[in-house]
Design a protein. Structure first.
Length: 425
């Protein structure tokens, strides 16, 4: 049963207790997998896939024939859903494009900034129990908008060595370059270092369990990564006029992800708190993933009761949730006061599931309180900035003495001489 807690009785530690660091045992296991993949390449990937996924593979790459079969297998209704979702995601992320700029407002000086895409990106797609088409759309479409040349997906295969047709059709819609049947830390290692079959990439994005997260942390620096994602989270801020059935359903939508997931209700109504507590128990009984959801609710779920909506907003900003629902009469009035949240869902008719699959904003979001300083995945994550600068001789002559003086104050005579060497010539 969800615990009901009073906001004023909570300590700061109660809001910042979501650790995303892997255990020492996980770290050692990941080190061993990475070393094995670096040493043996594809052979190590096949062994890991046999051990961890129960699949015996001869070819790690999804073939053209498998894509052909997937087109025949996916029903027309879901194909149309995928197309609509892809278009919504594409339309939202197109607005994130940046423009280059050039400054020419000083005589003899040209400077500016230009955006260029990362060349090769790898996307991790978990299988639980099937590879997530939504994750493919949310990661690959912004990468394609950014102009990434090669987009590679890695996802654990089914025991029979296949990948779900729905996932393959999402990959095709998102214009993915290749799909490989590998997952876990071994997939991250393959993307970071390359093997005989899997290309080395410049950046690895996408969610995964603790082994994927730990592996991403370990290869960072060799490649870029998007974020270290922890378990999924939802916070529902609701007033007393919210339907408890809706609030309970939304809380369970995240609790069913993982036993480590976090579902939190913050409300200024004790009556609603008790109604949602009872409703969660009732809905759990008919949820297919009851065992996972119940552990999540009992271990990590909580209901926080405040004496005002002002304090409810304070609780939200302390927790900095991945997903935030504002189930109040005027959610747009509260929105400017929300400082820390990955994605905000406004109003009682906007369940978090809309964002997971269909609406358009990205569902790859900061977790574990990192919304205090980080952002959802977007086009920026697949691009990099370069600056450029050009001075003509007269412009350099005008400032060379100042540059040299600056350099000497930092003890760097070579810098000073470099600026002065051209002066007056």
């Amino acid at each position: 049963m969800m615990k009901i807690l009073d906001f004023d009785a909570l300590s700061p530690e109660d809001f910042l207790n979501r650790d995303i660091q892997g255990s020492e045992d996980v770290s050692a296991a990941v080190d061993a997998v990475i070393a094995d993949v670096r040493r043996r390449g594809d052979a190590a990937l096949r062994d890991c896939t046999r051990r961890f996924d129960g699949a015996e593979l001869t070819d790690l790459r999804v073939s053209a024939e498998e894509f052909d079969a997937a087109r025949e297998a996916v029903d027309p209704y879901f194909m149309e859903t995928l197309r609509e979702a892809a278009e919504n995601i594409r339309r939202f992320h197109e607005r994130q494009r940046h423009n280059d700029f050039v400054l020419t407002d000083r005589a003899g000086v040209v400077m500016g900034q230009r955006w260029t895409p990362i060349e090769t990106v790898g996307i991790c797609v978990p299988r639980s129990p099937e590879a997530f088409p939504s994750t493919i759309l949310m990661n690959a479409i912004p990468a394609r908008i950014a102009g990434v040349q090669d987009i590679v997906i890695v996802t654990p295969p089914r025991p029979d060595g296949s990948v779900s047709p729905e996932a393959l059709m999402a990959a095709e819609l998102a214009e993915v370059t290749e799909v490989f049947k590998i997952g876990g830390a071994q997939a991250v290692a393959a993307l970071a270092y390359g093997t005989e079959t899997v290309p080395r990439v410049d950046k690895i994005v996408g969610p995964g369990g603790v082994f994927v997260a730990t592996a991403k942390r370990k290869v960072f620096g060799r490649v870029a990564i998007d974020m270290i994602a922890g378990p999924s989270e939802i916070l529902v801020l609701a007033d007393g006029r919210t339907n408890p059935k809706w609030a309970a359903a939304d809380l369970l939508s995240q609790a069913e992800h993982d036993v480590l997931s976090s579902a939190v209700l913050v409300t200024d109504s004790r009556e609603l708190a008790e109604a949602v507590q009872a409703e969660v128990e009732a809905q759990l009984e008919t949820l297919p993933r009851i065992d996972i959801a119940r552990r999540s609710i009992e271990d990590n779920g909580k209901i926080i009761v405040t004496d005002s909506l002002d304090k409810a907003v304070e609780a939200v900003n302390r927790i900095a949730p991945e997903h935030l629902e504002l189930c109040v009469d005027d959610p747009f009035a509260l929105l400017p006061r929300i400082k820390n949240a990955g994605s905000v869902f406004l109003g009682r008719s906007t369940p978090e599931a809309l964002g997971d699959y269909f609406a358009g904003p990205n569902h790859t979001l900061p977790t574990s309180g990192t919304a205090r300083f980080s952002s959802p995945l977007g086009v920026d994550d697949f691009m990099k900035r370069s600056s450029f600068l050009c001075y003509d001789r007269s412009a350099l002559n005008a400032c060379a003495d100042r540059v040299a003086d600056f350099a000497r104050r930092e003890g760097l005579e070579g810098h000073a001489r470099s600026a002065l060497s051209r002066k007056g010539k």
